[in-house]
Design a protein around this ligand. Structure first.
Ligand code: GDP
Length: 473
């Protein structure tokens, strides 16, 4: 490979290595420093690929205002289990699949588009729930523009409802509340609205600014209103993209298909993805062999906010990986290889979990006011609230603690997911992580801190904050 890049004979490269005392065969991997020596020996110029190079290839700056056009919003549905997320997604898909007849056959590719009565196009992520949302975020793919929070009118605001609210807030994504199951005689939509108040979600019916719509996924009542509410929210967000640039997008699903090879569903976020495009996606690369939309039709191109299945990958990427179209196969391969090597280095360095101090330093570097995000789990509601109050009091103009989520009970996988996505440590007060959360925290480098005395907890965090401040002076 090295000989190839230098346009030299492989045998000469091996010979030159031998002269340096490196006994290598043609297919052996040599380290970067040795490679550098060989390159100089041949009188060539060394160009090491770095993060900055990768950035340069995949970043484009031609998104001047004139090139920007409105793009459809991308929506994720969240809420407590059994409150009707799946039913709602199904009902929406059936009412108005874009350009297909209502009730037309759609293929599950992880996302679909619908058209509202007034003509707006909306893209829905077809994987309800929080795990998908957080795992995408933790991989750097902030795909969701709007969260639809589903709450069953015959039930209450439940733990996962609160989790969803906190996820949306942490991601700074606006919410629309869908009060579902309003066809039921036992439905009490106003009770839901009042309960949401306690979680700082003030809906329009309560003179707040969060849109709320009463719906029924079963009868279809209110669905049109919900879709229009989403379209309105999207208008407020003024979402734009430049369809004329090379495409970039996020992988929402990927698998190895027996007949078709690696297949990824990509949500195009900017630009237009076309058949024949060469791209890099995470640690993989490829050339678009075919594009298939949510109605199983082969299409030639996919513009902003369009979900599309991509064939022609050389390996299977992961959900949340970012796809970038590049100019040449050489670039695509080089970036993919660079990323593979970097990921390997990172895995080797793992175990060095992020500490509270490192987080503070990073937060400080990122913005004027350092914000330390934390998650708090406690044994009882009273302690949780007392801790949150105490933590939020810490800080001044420069440092602030931000509690992303707090709750009662053991630390779970969902907590770890949210913590990872936001780079936050999890504080357990008289509770510990369950075993699966423990191993995933370990793997993801999420710091778990256990306390049984509030004073100690507050003191530790204060110390981290003030240490940082004095270092600044
Ligand atoms: P998820 O866990 O949030 O995805 O909830 P599902 O969509 O699986 O719905 C849970 C249960 O509630 C199912 O038995 C649905 O048939 C029922 N359900 C969902 N939406 C409605 C609704 O609007 N009205 C009534 N009556 N039942 C509903």
């Amino acid at each position: 490979e090295l000989a190839n890049r230098m346009a030299e004979r492989a045998a000469d490269v091996v010979k030159s290595l031998m002269k340096m005392g490196v006994m290598a065969t043609m297919n052996q991997t040599i380290d970067a420093d040795t490679a550098e020596l060989v390159i100089e020996e041949f009188g060539h110029k060394v160009v090491r690929v770095s993060d900055a190079d990768v950035e340069q290839v995949i970043t484009q700056t031609d998104d001047i205002p004139e090139n920007l056009h409105p793009r459809p919003p991308i929506i994720t549905i969240m809420g407590h289990v059994d409150h009707g997320k799946t039913s709602l997604l199904d009902a929406i898909r059936k009412t108005s699949v874009v350009s297909g007849e209502a009730g037309g056959i759609t293929q599950h590719i992880g996302a679909y588009q619908v058209k509202t009565e007034s003509g707006a196009i909306l893209s829905f992520l077809d994987t309800p729930g929080h795990a998908a949302f957080t795992s995408m975020r933790s991989r750097g793919a902030n795909v969701t523009d709007i969260v639809v929070l589903v709450v069953a009118a015959d039930d209450s605001v439940m733990p996962q409802t609160i989790e969803a609210i906190n996820h949306a807030k942490a991601a700074k994504v606006p919410m629309i509340v869908a009060i579902n199951k309003c066809d039921k005689p036992s439905a009490e939509p106003n009770k839901v609205r009042t309960e949401l108040l306690q979680h700082e979600v003030v809906v329009e019916a309560m003179s707040g600014d969060v849109q709320d719509v009463e719906v029924s996924a079963i009868t279809g009542e209110g669905l049109d209103t919900l879709l229009e509410a989403i379209a309105l929210q999207a208008e407020i967000l003024e979402l734009h993209a430049n369809p004329d640039r090379a495409a970039m997008g996020a992988v929402i699903e990927a698998q190895l298909d027996v007949g078709r090879g690696p297949v990824a569903t990509v949500l195009v976020q900017n630009g237009t993805l076309r058949q024949g495009d060469i791209f890099v996606v995470g640690e993989q690369w490829g050339k678009v062999r075919a594009l298939i939309n949510d109605k199983s039709e082969r299409i030639k191109e996919a513009g902003p906010s369009v979900p599309v299945e991509v064939l022609g990958l050389n390996g299977t990427p992961e959900a949340g990986d970012v796809l970038n179209v590049v100019e040449t196969e050489g670039q695509a391969r080089e970036i993919a290889e660079y990323r593979k090597a970097a990921a390997k280095d990172k895995r080797a360095a793992a175990g060095a979990a992020t500490t509270l101090e490192q987080l503070m330093a990073k937060a400080k570097a990122d913005q004027d006011v350092a914000e330390l995000p934390v998650l708090v789990k406690a044994d009882v509601q009273g302690s949780a609230e007392a801790i949150v109050q105490a933590l939020e009091k810490i800080g001044n103009d420069e440092v602030r603690v931000r509690v992303l989520h707090y709750g009662v009970g053991a630390i779970t996988d969902t907590d770890v997911g949210l913590a990872e996505a936001s780079g936050a440590p999890i504080i357990g007060f008289n509770v510990r992580a369950n075993s699966s959360a423990r191993s995933s925290a370990n793997q993801k480098g999420v710091e778990l801190r256990y306390y049984s005395i509030i004073y100690d907890l507050v003191d530790d965090i204060k110390a981290a904050a003030s240490g940082l401040l004095s270092a600044e002076v």
